[in-house]
Ligand binder design. Sequence first.
Ligand code: AVW
Length: 257
Amino acid sequence: IFVVVLVIVFGAIASGKKSSFKDVVIKRCQTFLKEHSNMARENDCEIIWKAFEQAYIGRDPCDIPPEAYDPLINSVKQDVVCNTMLFWSKTKDMVQAFTDKRDCLVILEGTLLGALFDGLTWCSKNESQETFTTDCPSWSYCQNNSVRSFWNRASSNFAATACGNVSAMLNGSLEAPFSSTSTFGSIEVKMLDHSKVNSLTVLLVTKETDTTTCDNPSFHSLQNTLDTKIAYKCRKVPYSKVEGCISDLEIPCSDCL
Ligand code: AVW
């Protein structure tokens, strides 16, 4: 009896401590659907999980093409609101803090698909049924790794569904805020559909001491990549203004950008 009790107690402690990767994703899914109750009827967290898993389970973690995530993309139902889409490059933390509790702008990481996997690492192995969260190939170790292919596929979908006037927050503290090899430059700009998107506005977030302006040469390559039927605009936004809006939710969005 003593041994049985011991096994049960240790079993409970062990299972209570460790929450599996699946548990994390399912929990995020349920939380998101609670906060966006209008989406709860159309989205099923278990179905989404199954569609996700089939992309990489049992496969070489460097041999997952972005298309492997097509069933996942199709399993998530979310209508994007035109004129609210915000892209970003080299500004992640600021943009996440800024959009977190505001509905006026939506980033990929603020949609159900992006929120489920933001900040996570996952992979499997040939012949394995398991999901690993450590010792997975890093972002640039191989092109088609399970995590990078997911973000490439998700970003391409996010841009392809964009409509109206969209914007991109870029980092004015950099010598070249636009990089044609970034996800924004290599995937998202190219996927914007001129039949739905009217304009792309670069919001160049600039500190007082920054010297980079909208005349920066890197924006020429952005305009060359952008469909000529989509209007290009660029405007400086003071970093202090964005900071102020992050700390004070009472300031309306229209006064932030
Ligand atoms: P980014 P993007 N090693 O700030 O335009 C590890 O350049 O690419 O913005 N992780 C990396 C690496 C790397 N070499 N490169 C990129 N990442 C990951 C989705 C890392 O997590 C949204 F819709 C880094 O924080 C945006 O509009 C993130 O990729 C667009 O794509 C962004 O790198 C931002 O992609």
